[in-house]
Design a protein. Structure first.
Length: 490
């Protein structure tokens, strides 16, 4: 065994090992029993459940593994839970969707598990190379998933655009990382922070911050690096879009926080201003662009861009309260965003694509359960009490005020008010418009019922009683290194 490694290192990555083994088993079973989708679904969910059980043994642990390459702490566990839960709900909503599309489930579930594995390494990486490997593991899986519907031109277009723009953004990110390595002589975040402490900020370091920020801006779909999101969200299979908008975004924010808070706290003044501008532009452009959309998936894509702008507020504030608020918001965003995409998935039938706003006409009569669920998801995304979205925005905007970013909080509130128009527009189509579109009846199977039930319960319960999430997020935020007043707004 190489020097510096021990059996304990393998113990600390037990959840990732379980997930990898389960993914390989799903791939093997897809060859042995290719037509038994129910078996593949059960094994995939069992793999995610077993990974969660393995992860639970590390609650309360705060250490590093693999010679400091990985963090085993509350921050990593929080994001790993989000990745596993979003993957499980995505798999559940995918089961009926794959039957309608007539595609094989084995490879699809394998790629979902691979993307989840990448997210888990992104959450715990303490080295630029480790973070890059996790990012690419996730990204390559999503490139294939976006074009999984081979006979669908929109899906093919989405995959090509995502791959080309993703490769371009990756080059920018790697260039920034190489500059950091050249300036500090190490790729470990702790070493980078130590080397930059007390060092004069030169042009090379500022350029490195800009390039890394731009590369991460693509992954979180921040303006002006968002151009891929609407087309990819519209063309990719709907469950993949849901997973991309929640799991990928959360993992990317975890990586962003690791790099800038643990690796670059000495450059806080520089990246704080960069993210201030990105936050304002992202939330504004996202909300304004969403106002005119007639395709539901494109509207939710621009909505997701706006929510990325809200989340950047926590980065700008730079305090433990700001990070905690980001974690709270990502926790509630998981339920309301996945729930909204689950309704779009329900609308897909053999004779109807179901992703246009007009397809929602008369949904209250055709499927009251779907209409009531979508109502709560839209109200939560808009931040209307007593939903989880309201609590998330209140905590996030409150953190901005506490951190001195009052104008940023005011702009965020104004943008949130603008977003109510297109969220309530969806409600009008479902509840007021009487014209029923043609197509087969809407049915909600057992797997989809579980997905909607979990998403709806999370949206309601976290709006009425969010204290447990607040406490969990606070404990997780405390384990992130580099969160101090040195990068907070004064």
């Amino acid at each position: 065994m190489p020097a510096g490694f021990s059996g304990l290192d393998f113990y600390y990555i037990l959840p990732e090992l379980v997930l990898t083994g389960g993914a390989l088993l799903v791939l093997l079973l897809s060859v042995i029993v290719p037509r038994r989708d129910s078996v593949l679904l059960g094994v995939t969910l069992a793999t995610l459940a077993a990974t969660a059980v393995a992860l639970s043994s590390f609650v309360g642990v705060d250490t590093t593994a693999s010679r400091g390459l990985l963090a085993i702490d509350g921050f990593a566990i929080f994001f790993k839970v989000i990745a596993l839960l979003s993957a499980a709900l995505t798999v559940l909503m995918s089961a009926p969707y794959l039957r309608v599309e007539g595609v094989r489930a084995g490879e699809y579930y394998f790629l979902i598990l691979c993307a989840t594995l990448g997210m888990m390494f992104m959450a715990s990486g303490l080295d630029l190379i480790t973070l890059f490997i996790g990012l690419e593991t996730m990204a390559i899986a999503f490139y294939v998933l976006a074009g999984f519907l081979k006979s669908n031109p929109r899906s093919n277009e989405a995959a090509v655009k995502y791959f080309l723009l993703g490769a371009f953004s990756l080059g920018i990110l790697l260039y920034g990382m190489s500059l950091l390595y050249g300036a500090t002589g190490t790729t470990k975040l702790e070493g980078i922070a130590a080397a930059l402490s007390g060092q004069d900020v030169g042009v090379v370091l500022v350029l490195a911050v800009v390039l890394v920020g731009a590369g991460m801006g693509f992954k979180i779909a921040a303006v002006p690096f968002h151009m891929w999101a609407p087309d990819v969200y519209e063309g990719a299979p709907t469950p993949v879009t849901a997973f991309l908008s929640v799991g990928s975004k959360a993992a990317s924010f975890a990586m962003l926080l690791r790099i800038f808070f643990e690796g670059l706290p000495a450059l806080g003044a520089e990246w704080k201003m960069l993210f201030w501008v990105l936050a304002v532009v992202t939330m504004t452009v996202g909300n304004i662009a969403a106002l005119t959309q007639s395709n539901l998936k494109r509207m939710l894509a621009y909505s997701s861009i706006a929510h990325a702008g809200y989340l950047l507020i926590g980065v700008v504030v730079g305090t433990a309260r700001g990070v905690e608020a980001m974690l709270v918001y990502l926790g509630v965003y998981l339920f309301m965003q996945l729930g909204a995409f689950a309704i779009v998935t329900v609308m897909r039938r053999s004779d109807v694509i179901g992703d246009e706003l007009k397809d929602l006409n008369g949904l209250l009569k055709r499927s009251p359960i779907a209409a009531f669920a979508m109502l709560f998801f839209m109200l939560s995304l808009g931040g209307i009490p007593p939903t989880a979205g309201f609590m998330g925005k209140m905590w996030l905007f409150g953190a901005a005020v506490d951190g001195g970013a009052i104008w940023l909080a005011v702009l965020a509130v104004a943008n949130s008010a603008v977003s109510l128009y297109y969220y309530l527009r969806v409600v009008v189509f479902m509840w007021v418009n009487e014209d029923e579109p043609a197509g087969s009846p809407i049915t909600i199977g057992p797997a989809m019922a579980v997905t909607l039930g979990v998403a709806l319960l999370g949206t309601i319960i976290l709006g009425v009683y969010p204290q447990a999430l607040f406490e969990y997020a606070e404990a997780a935020a405390r384990t992130l290194g580099g969160v101090s007043s040195s990068v907070a707004l004064q």
